[in-house]
Design a protein around this ligand. Structure first.
Ligand code: NAP
Length: 340
């Protein structure tokens, strides 16, 4: 099969950063789907894995963990899917990624794609939807679909216009009764965040706890941190209400001072959307189920794809350009590439 791989550790502007390679076609294991990839989207994990390569790493590595495609073959134990079905999924960080013609994915983390979306619009959703869903409903314990829940309560989403914030804001606004405050710092990210359903937008480049107070709220009950944890730690400790909960998805070089949360009895929890696949947890199927639920919500018109830029066909050049845009830290929604 054809794939775009990173071979050596090279700077972002080196024309040889990504290389077209020919590799043997993958063969599905008992629980796998062999998927013919149709569209891939770009996430920060792509450049984080690329940057973590060491000088001595020369094996071609296929990045890309967010895709939509068709089922080409199924493993002997798979009963949930049939050949030819159109699916979307975020894959498994321990296995080769989706910047390729074919990819193997465990069927328990795959679902049929929304019928109303093309492959590109569908590929913009899986990784961020799994992350936001697990953060809001599995880690923070909000109840999906309970619109009475959260009346008089406030959820803060730090980074409302990025990939995870765009879908997290939509899910929280559509599936709970919480007041959703999201953050954005530029006119275009503010208007995008409002269009995702945020009830209020505050600026994360300023004193956002003070801005929340100025809106008339005495603090927030829950925080979903989709931005740098260390940068916002003290502000989060200040803004969270007593007995509130904070979930962060962003690793930190420094260990956050949990002591700041003690007097308020605040719970802090991490979310990593690769946990279930990486450790083959007994509840891996939860990712299939939540992706199926997200597809239904899209098809029913309750939420929408966060696709913002169609970046053309997947080539070494378009992939480098997509990495450059993602690394800027200024992405709004999602950029998707088409796999020929
Ligand atoms: N743990 C997991 O499972 C998991 C899963 C997915 C992503 N992540 C991580 O979560 C982070 C966000 O991912 P993403 O895909 O949403 O990223 P993204 O799309 O690149 O986010 C871009 C957004 O970040 C905002 N931003 C920039 N600096 C900020 C700051 N200091 N505070 C708050 N917001 C800021 C920008 O808003 P403005 O332009 O308005 O400033 C921009 O719209 C990344 O670090 C990613 O690696 C973790």
């Amino acid at each position: 099969m054809k794939a775009i791989a990173v071979t050596r550790k090279l700077p972002l502007d080196d024309p040889e950063l990504f290389t077209a390679v020919d590799l043997p076609d993958p063969v599905p294991g008992p629980q796998d789907l062999l998927i013919r990839v149709k569209a891939v989207s770009i996430n920060p994990v792509d450049y984080k894995v690329r940057r973590s390569r060491k000088e001595e790493d020369t094996e071609p590595k296929i990045l890309g963990w967010d895709a939509a495609g068709t089922v080409e073959a199924i493993g002997e134990e798979v009963t949930r899917f049939r050949v030819g079905e159109e699916v979307y999924y975020a894959g498994d960080i321990t296995r080769p990624g989706s910047n390729a013609q074919y990819q193997l994915v465990d069927h328990r983390i795959v679902a049929k794609k929304p019928q109303t979306l093309d492959f590109e619009a569908a590929a913009a959703l899986p990784l961020v939807s799994i992350t936001a869903w697990e953060c809001l409903f599995d880690r923070l314990g909000l109840k999906a679909g309970d619109l009475k829940e959260g009346k008089d309560k406030v959820l803060l989403i730090l980074s409302g216009a990025g990939g995870v914030g765009s879908i997290g804001t939509q899910l929280a606004a559509a599936l709970t009764g919480f007041t959703v405050i999201a953050t954005a710092s530029r006119p275009e990210s503010v208007s995008w965040t409002q269009s995702m359903g945020a009830h209020h937008v505050v600026d994360h480049s300023g004193d956002w706890p003070a801005q929340i107070e100025a809106l008339g709220f005495s603090g927030v009950d829950y925080i979903a941190c989709f931005a740098d944890t260390a940068t916002h730690w003290e502000a989060m400790a200040r803004a969270i209400k007593p007995q509130g909960k904070i979930c962060s998805i962003v690793e930190s070089d420094t260990i956050p001072d949990l002591g700041l949360l003690k007097s308020k009895s605040v719970t802090f929890v991490w979310e990593s959307m690769f946990t279930r696949s990486m450790f083959q947890t007994p509840d891996m199927i939860a990712q299939h189920e939540l992706l199926a639920e997200v597809a239904q919500l899209v098809d029913a018109g309750h939420i929408r794809s966060i696709l913002r830029e169609r970046g053309g066909k997947l080539t070494p050049e378009s992939l480098a350009e997509a990495h450059r845009a993602q690394e800027s830290g200024r992405s709004i929604g999602k950029r998707v590439l088409t796999v020929a």
